[in-house]
Design a protein around this ligand. Sequence first.
Ligand code: FA5
Length: 339
Amino acid sequence: LRDENQQKIHHISDLDELNQVRVSLLGKKGPITEVLRGMRDLAPEERPKVGEFANQIKAELQANLQERRAALEAAMIQKRLEQETIDVTLPGDEVVAGTPHILQQIMDDVEEFFIGQGYQVIDGPEVEEDHYNFEMLNIPKDHPARDMQDTFYIDSQLLMRSQTSPVQARTLEKHDFSKGPLKMISPGRVYRRDTDDATHSHQFHQIEGLVIDRHITMADLKGTLLALAQHVFGAERKIRLRPSFFPFTEPSVEVDVSCFRCGGVGCAICKYSGWIEVLGAGMVHPNVLTAAGVDADVYGGFAFGLGPDRFAMLKYGIDDIRSFYQGDVRFLRQFQQEG
Ligand code: FA5
């Protein structure tokens, strides 16, 4: 019984089989139990010998089973370790990393420039009140200037903001001038009922700028915008201010950058004038300051609103604004940032 079963135990190949063998050998119906049970039929002097012998075999078989179990478990662990080994010489899978959208890159660049000049970055709501988008900016109801920015209304009081200028009004209302001047920019999305074409989108971006203090002049505005143009478009750039009209600034200007696509000689992008229009700006109208509770006799300053979409088009020579919004990765990958 012992030799035969030791052989058998030695050849067990998995834990299930081992369990079956253990039950059949040592269980209630196994041969050893049977021998021990049959002892009552033996002569009393034989019982201790037979009992001792049966128990010894039982202990040996138990030890053999235990040993086999340990060996099988070790082999299983070994096998799993081998299967899970990483071959560091295999070629790796490419990790597809995203990158900030080209418009985000331009906005980050403009933001960085202004943060470096001590401006705060302020957010405003995209769903805006008529009050801030128009009234506080010197554009009362029925004023013809409302037609300049055809607007998506939600109801008679609420609208999708058509410009980032309402953030000027909101910030002016809250700013405490006893604590110092106000210098802020506000980037964000704006909406207009414009028909989409190569240079217009019904949803685009603006970055508003506002500086209010006691002695701000138009020269400060010009110097700021020249430094910005040179930062974004290159140190060779010049700017040109042309008279314009916005209800919330007086005087108002449109600002052109010298064309860098054709070196000022003339090309389709600058319409052969050597200059490209990039933003609107001006000296903040006293009515805007007064409406926000700021003393217009003491304080004044400049404001501007630029379009990062147009900035990106000019910087990279992109001829259709819709490319920014179609999400075509073949287009977007051209502007992948390193690292
Ligand atoms: C304004 O929206 C004024 N709030 C700007 C301003 C701010 C003036 C502060 C004075 C003081 P305008 O409508 O011109 O102005 O728009 C400003 C810029 O937004 C334009 O120069 C242009 O770059 C961009 N822009 C305007 N309409 C669109 C459009 N449909 N698609 C893409 N960009 C546009």
